[in-house]
Design a protein around this ligand. Structure first.
Ligand SMILES: Nc1ncnc2c1ncn2[C@@H]1O[C@H](COP(=O)(O)OP(=O)(O)O)[C@@H](O)[C@H]1O
Ligand SMILES: O=C(OP(=O)(O)O)[C@H](O)COP(=O)(O)O
Length: 404
């Protein structure tokens, strides 16, 4: 990738210059408490280097999926606090994205200091389908940083064609951040001459987003394991009832196509054989392991069952390369963390080249107490990694190459 990077920017000199950094600070929260600060830590080196070089650093980021308007549930306040603790200097949070508060805070920014703008997704133009809206917001963001530069460092979000990721790179001189470059460097090993058997394990809850990558993955992998919230659309497509489990009804036909395509290509598609069927979505919900052919109508699958956990571990054992995105169950609840733990442990035991990606998957690895060095790489991006593995051009990267 021949794009300018952070080191180029630093050698041009940033003393007294505005630098807008797009980071991925989308951390898991329990109320207002951050349960895993991995993404804040990953964003730190770039922000720190710029501040130490005397830049006026303005950080833009999203949290969750608010509906294009301010929503206190998705404020970046906890993130600003954590970023400040890790930097060792307070990071003020603007009360808005490009409004009066952001203008005042950025205008008064001292050299070498850092501010965080409020959640970019509080403005509907960030994720608008209309490029004119997005460009308008990008221009307003750029106006906060007169004479500034843009550093794209939010790897987890580079697959999104959004104002602060894509259009912004057309209005400010753009540079790739260290995190984006480092992530791409590792993921390249999963596309160039990958060692086989190549196994991908998918789970999680962003089912509609991530089902889309499967068609392409089926042309690349030897084996695909499907667990987590992703599994139920497959089980339903096979004719099983899934009770009140997560289901992407509108993509059933697509999934039936995946099942047929996997068979045609000789790709082994491994689905759970049992699940933990719970009375409701709660940490203390009554639950039992049931065969996938017998999920009761009023129960929801919140984890793969113990037989599936064993099966998945076995199917990972002989792999030479593994990519895993998406927890196998609702690991945040201890009772439903077993499947995720089994897959994570199988990867730690394995001699394969193992990459785990995604905000929650990475958080799960740490929360379950597994050694981070048990994996070849823990990526900050789930969807972004998957789209890269598909061979797709990532909009946030294309923008750095001037293709926007
Ligand atoms: N069976 C399930 N039903 C509902 N949610 C699930 C299920 N299995 C996993 N999840 C949830 O998926 C979420 C993570 O999904 P996702 O965002 O796709 O992963 P990542 O952040 O690693 O890319 C977790 O919060 C987890 O609780
Ligand atoms: O959490 C994220 O992605 P991931 O769950 O695929 O790791 C990123 O912050 C992107 O968020 P989005 O999927 O709401 O655009």
């Amino acid at each position: 990738m021949s794009v300018k990077n952070l080191d180029d920017l630093l050698s041009e000199g940033v003393q007294g210059r505005y630098v807008l950094v797009r980071s991925d600070l989308n951390v898991p929260l329990d109320g207002s408490a951050i349960t895993d600060d991995g993404r804040v830590r990953a964003a730190l080196p770039t922000i720190k280097k710029l501040a130490e070089a005397g830049a006026k650093v303005v950080v833009a980021a999203h949290l969750g999926r608010p509906k294009g308007e301010p929503d206190p549930k998705f404020t970046l306040a906890p993130v600003a606090r954590r970023l400040g603790e890790l930097l060792g200097a307070e990071v003020p949070l603007a009360g808005d994205l490009v409004g009066e508060s952001a203008k005042a805070l950025t205008a008064g920014l001292a050299d070498g200091s850092v501010v965080l703008l409020e959640n970019v997704r509080f403005d509907a133009r960030e994720t608008s389908k209309d490029a004119v809206d997005r460009s308008e917001l990008a221009a307003e963001l750029a106006a906060l940083t007169p004479g500034g530069a843009f550093v794209s460092d939010g790897f987890g979000v580079v697959h999104r064609k959004q104002a602060s990721v894509y259009e912004i790179a057309a209005v400010l001189p753009a540079y790739a951040g260290g995190l984006v470059l480092a992530e791409l460097d590792v993921l390249k090993k999963l596309t160039d001459d990958v060692k086989r058997p190549y196994v991908v394990a998918l789970g999680g809850s962003k089912v509609s987003d991530k089902l889309g990558v499967i068609a392409n993955l089926l042309t690349k992998v030897d084996r695909l394991l499907i667990g987590g919230g992703m599994a139920y659309t497959f089980l339903k497509a096979k004719g099983y009832e899934v009770g009140t489990s997560l289901l992407q009804e509108d993509q059933l036909d697509q999934v039936k196509g995946f099942l047929a395509e996997a068979e045609k290509r000789g790709v082994e598609l491994v689905l759970p054989v049992d699940v933990l069927a719970a009375e409701g979505f709660a940490a203390d919900a009554a639950h039992e392991a049931v065969d996938v052919t017998a999920i009761p109508a009023d129960r929801m699958g919140l984890d793969i069952g113990p037989r599936s956990a064993e099966l998945f571990a076995r199917k990972l054992a002989d792999a030479a390369t593994v990519f895993w995105n998406g927890p196998m169950g609702v690991f945040e609840f201890e009772a439903f963390a077993g499947g995720t733990r089994a897959v994570a442990e199988a990867l730690v035991k394995s001699d394969a080249f193992t990459v785990v990606g995604g905000g929650d998957s990475a958080a799960a690895v740490r929360q379950l107490g597994l050694p981070e060095d048990g994996f070849s790489h823990i990526s900050t991006g789930g969807g972004a990694s998957l789209e890269y593995l598909e061979g797709k051009e990532l909009p946030g990267v294309a923008a750095l190459e001037g293709k926007n």
